[in-house]
Structures are given as structure tokens and as C-alpha cells.
Design a protein around this ligand. Structure first.
Ligand SMILES: [Zn+2]
Length: 251
């Protein structure tokens, strides 16, 4: 008889998933630069440690501009290209774009079916997404993307009667071992990203249409300044970090 491994909630989550399950992650975000800003250092670390990281972007980010000349179609193409470049810098797979318009998604059957299919296709053991239930002001695309991922993982992805067309394609039910939430209301998990800060910054800067000519040096100084302030304030834990809420499905 085989027993399913469990995750020790007191141990380091990423290490637990890597050693007891598999180094497969799926990141689902709303806009082409969400991942790089919120968890680019963590994704760089995973890739450097041999994880297979897939990325989904639910909207094309096709309204995020102040340029009066640009059309949504032009902007979508540009921003998808930037996201492909950023993923290559991090060492992740080429992103999949669901192509919903900016501000135009809902946590509905269509989005949940698309997320569920990606989960069954790639069989990640670690999921990374927005905290869709954070109280207070939050972008609707972040909120709905996060909530749709929650709902796709529980119950849809692991119950074969949800979205049964996947089965006809040979995709079996699956639920990851754990999930990390960015922009979390109550973060309870830190990833030390100091060794991957340069890669994170380079991935953020790959979003040239959003960065208005900012330099690598300028961004490094900003993070160093933030780390100095954290140290002066006596902050516990890593000075260069990305913080998440953690959800453990296998405990
Ligand atoms: Zn966003």
C-alpha cells in the first residue's frame, strides 16, 4: 500500500514540495508584469533549482497605457512579447495568454475551465497566484484571477465530473500539494530572493512599455534602500524577500 506524502506546515514549504512531490509549478496572473513584480525573485530561484515553471496570463494588459496613439491590439502584442522575454530571463516556460481584455474578466465557468485545463495538463505541485480574497481595495483582474484559481483547484481540477471534456483529451484530475498567494492580506511565508535579485530586476525591466526607461542600477538602489530601511527597523527574516500567504492542500 502506498501512502500519499504530506507537507509539514512548520517546515519550509518550497523545500517540502520539491522533496516530497515534484518540482513543477504553475503561476497564474492577471497582467503581463504581475509575476515579475510580485514574485520574480521566487520564480528565478525555482528555475535555478531545477523546477519546471509554467506561466498563464489571463488578460493581455491591453489598456495599461497613457499613450493616446496606441490601440489595444498593438498594446496586447507588445505586452505579450515583453512577457515572453521576461519568462525567458527567469528561466520559465513561454507564457500562455488567455487573451481576455484588461478589466474584462470574471470568476466564471469560462475562466475556471481554462485554469482547470492548465492544472490537469501540467500537473503542478505548487501553484502561485494572486490572493483573490484579500480585504480592501484591489484590482478586479487580480481579484477575479485569484478567486478563479482558488475555485479551479477546489473543487474543479481534482473532480473529474467538472469540465469533463478534459477527460476526453486524456487529462486526468489533479490538485497541487500547495499554493502561494501574492498580495496576500496576511502573508505567512517569506522567500529570500537576495541571490536572485538581479534576475528579478532584469525580468521587470523586460516590460519596457511599463518601465519608462528605468535603469537596472536605479532599481537595484531602490531595493537596497528598502533592505536598509528594513534592517534599521529591526525586521525579522530575510532583508530581500517576497512574501506570500501559504495554502497547503496535502497536510
Ligand atoms: Zn496587474
Amino acid at each position: 500500500m502506498t501512502t500519499t506524502p504530506t507537507i509539514d506546515p512548520e517546515a519550509d514549504l518550497i523545500t517540502e514540495v520539491a522533496t516530497k512531490f515534484a518540482k513543477r509549478a504553475l503561476c497564474v496572473f492577471a497582467h503581463p508584469d504581475d509575476l515579475e513584480f510580485t514574485c520574480g525573485g521566487t520564480v528565478a530561484k525555482l528555475c535555478a533549482e531545477g523546477w519546471d515553471v509554467h506561466i498563464v496570463v489571463t488578460t493581455s494588459g491591453n489598456k495599461g497605457t497613457k499613450d493616446p496613439e496606441v490601440t489595444p491590439q498593438q498594446l496586447a502584442g507588445e505586452r505579450e512579447e515583453e512577457a515572453r522575454n521576461a519568462a525567458a530571463i527567469l528561466g520559465a516556460r513561454e507564457p500562455v495568454f488567455f487573451g481576455f481584455p484588461d478589466g474584462g474578466i470574471s470568476n466564471d465557468d469560462e475562466l475556471r475551465a481554462l485554469v482547470t485545463r492548465q492544472v490537469r495538463l501540467h500537473r503542478p505541485e505548487l501553484m502561485i497566484t494572486w490572493d483573490g480574497f484579500r480585504p480592501g481595495f484591489n484590482h478586479r483582474d487580480h481579484r477575479y484571477t485569484g478567486a478563479a484559481v482558488h475555485d479551479a483547484l477546489y473543487p474543479s481540477s481534482d473532480d473529474h465530473l467538472y469540465f469533463p471534456l478534459d477527460k476526453e483529451e486524456g487529462l486526468e484530475p489533479h490538485r497541487p500539494a500547495a499554493m502561494l498567494l501574492t498580495g496576500a492580506g496576511t502573508p505567512d511565508y517569506d522567500v529570500d530572493i537576495q541571490r536572485h535579485l538581479r534576475t528579478k530586476i532584469r525580468s521587470v525591466l523586460a516590460h519596457t512599455s511599463q518601465m519608462r526607461g528605468r535603469s537596472e542600477r536605479e532599481m537595484r538602489l531602490m531595493y537596497e534602500d528598502r533592505a536598509r530601511q528594513a534592517k534599521a527597523a529591526g525586521q525579522a527574516g530575510p532583508l530581500y524577500r517576497e512574501s506570500f500567504g501559504k495554502v497547503i492542500f496535502r497536510r
